[in-house]
Ligand binder design. Structure first.
Ligand code: PSU
Ligand code: MN
Length: 329
């Protein structure tokens, strides 16, 4: 297995990476970094709340002395960190942005200048973060096994990426539009540890508790960091999922959410929505059905995840660099 050290060892930059001045400066100074994704901005939330949220999430990371690196593909280059003008360009592009997962990365790199902005998903962002040597990545809720996957085969590429790419993904569990039980089964099969912070159960996105246990509850960032190091120091490549629930004040009641999800799923089926359009469609439809309450919960949970991820990045920076961090195969 190739060695690829963590951010503090300043690995040689991959030629496709382009660092924002702020992230490059933080990296040179040995300050911890946290990666953020761009599909949540372009496809997961409407304008202008998406821009407001992206800025607030970056601010929540900075509050801990950590530099946020929002990742996207622009003009054939993988941007590690977006300045405010690029963040706004991403947010304004909305659904016009390409949704970039593992299979789409070669296309957007090869297309070069002039192609639409590429918004990276959890899978896409994990790959780019690993290339940049960034160990911690914050999102809202990961993709997973969709309900009805037995017939549709719809399983998010996020799960395969967690199985192979060595980045910690901080999330409020998996999106509750999914089959969470099967999602956890899949992660178990692929050896992805599922940690929970702040409660025993795996989180369910808009709802705090999924009714399903995480492998382990670890609240302390220093202990989370030791767990992550122990995995990578063993040479066990692959991600770690760190789940933490939406803050109490912003959590939505399960019955209500279940009703909106059932209706949104039925609409998706009637309209023949498939492939990568499914998740953005469901999120937008649930926002309408909930009168905006789901969006408020989504914004709150991402901000909270940002604080949890930043604390972990600080704790990891206090440990000796991992032998296997940022590894990918
Ligand atoms: N978290 C959110 N909103 C989102 C996403 C995550 O709060 O929109 C995005 C992530 O980019 C994730 C994607 O990778 O949803 C899952 O898409 P799919 O189910 O098509 O794999
Ligand atoms: Mn899918």
């Amino acid at each position: 297995m190739a060695d690829s050290p963590g951010p503090h060892a300043n690995p040689p930059a991959h030629p496709s990476l382009q660092w924002s001045p702020a992230v490059a400066a933080a990296r040179a100074a040995g300050r911890p970094l946290v990666a953020l994704e761009s599909t949540i901005v372009a496809h997961g939330m409407p304008w202008p709340q998406n821009l407001r949220t992206a800025r607030a999430v970056e601010a929540a990371v900075r509050e801990h002395g950590v530099e946020p690196a929002t990742i996207a593909v622009i003009d054939g280059r993988i941007r590690i960190g977006l300045d405010d003008a690029l963040l706004e360009r991403l947010a304004r592009a909305g659904p016009q942005a390409l949704k970039v997962s593992r299979r789409d990365l070669p296309a957007v790199l090869a297309a070069g200048a002039g192609s639409p902005i590429g918004a990276t998903t959890v899978a896409g962002t994990m790959i780019c973060a690993a290339l940049a040597g960034i160990e911690v990545f914050v999102t809202g809720g990961i993709g997973g096994v969709h309900r009805g996957a037995a017939t549709t085969f719809d399983i998010s590429a996020d799960l395969q990426e967690l199985a192979r790419t060595s980045v910690v993904v901080v999330c409020a569990g998996a999106k509750s539009i999914l089959d969470l039980c099967l999602t956890l089964e899949y992660l178990e099969t692929h050896g992805v540890p599922v940690l929970s912070c702040g409660q025993d159960q795996f989180a369910a996105f808009y709802v705090r508790e999924s009714g399903l246990g995480a492998d382990q509850r670890i609240d302390e960032p220093a202990a989370q960091a030791r767990f992550v190091r122990a995995k990578w120091d063993l040479g066990l490549a692959g991600g770690v999922l760190l789940s933490t629930p939406v803050p109490e004040a912003d959590a939505l009641p399960r019955d209500l959410v279940d009703g909106w999800i059932a209706e949104a799923l039925a609409d998706a089926q009637r309209q023949g929505i498939g492939g990568k359009a499914v998740t953005p469609f469901l999120l937008a439809r649930i926002e309408q059905l909930s009168g905006g309450r789901s969006l408020a919960a989504n914004v709150a949970l991402v901000k909270h995840n940002a604080a949890v991820g930043a604390r972990l990045a600080v704790a990891l920076a206090a440990l000796p660099p991992a032998r296997g961090a940022g590894q990918m195969r």
